[in-house]
Design a binder for this molecule. Structure first.
Ligand code: GDP
Ligand code: MG
Length: 158
């Protein structure tokens, strides 16, 4: 069965987590992975990949009309990223809560224990990504992992 197969009623959920280029460069990977596991997530899959301009633009397509888009794409192509499929109950919301607000400057002020407060720099270089909804999680997990051969289930199997 594929990574979207049901879990026999355990009601777990999967989300896509990413350590962005600044996170890898800053050697935060081990610390972040430890925090993930200690918070009860299972890391089902992980891989280190480099996004080219096309792939980074596709990944952040929803932001293509924003003024910061060119800068975002440049940032996301500045080095390798580590993508992970995390699983636990309420994984999507819980991982978003763990990473904290988008702007790492604000995270440091209001969510000092968040990952972005620990590792991020500003509103762009914020170290980590997390899917923001069930649809995003499905799209983003497929984006990075379906090409490795897993059978991707229907949306209602998520
Ligand atoms: P996220 O879901 O918390 O990652 O935030 P968004 O989906 O709103 O934005 C996607 C990514 O674009 C963020 O994680 C940042 O890396 C970047 N970003 C968001 N807002 C800004 C901004 O105002 N300026 C810049 N330069 N980058 C931004
Ligand atoms: Mg987002």
């Amino acid at each position: 069965s594929g990574i979207f197969a049901s879990n026999g009623g355990m009601e777990t959920e999967k989300t896509l987590a990413m350590i962005k280029p600044d996170g890898l460069r800053g050697n935060y990977t081990d610390r972040i992975r430890r925090a993930i596991v200690e918070s009860g997530f299972r890391i089902l899959k992980d891989r280190v990949v480099e996004l080219d301009e096309d792939r980074a633009s596709q990944f952040y397509a929803e932001h293509s009309s924003k003024s910061f888009f060119p800068s975002l794409v440049k940032y996301m192509t500045s080095g390798p990223v580590c993508v992970m499929v995390l699983e636990k109950q309420n994984a999507i919301a819980d991982w978003r809560a763990m990473i904290g607000p988008t702007d790492a400057t604000k995270a440091k002020a209001t969510h000092p224990n968040s990952i972005r407060a620990m590792c991020g720099l500003d509103s762009e270089k914020n170290c980590v990504h997390g899917s923001d909804s069930l649809q995003s999680a499905h799209r983003e997990i497929s984006f990075f992992f379906e090409e490795t051969g897993e059978i991707v289930g229907k949306h209602d199997e998520l």
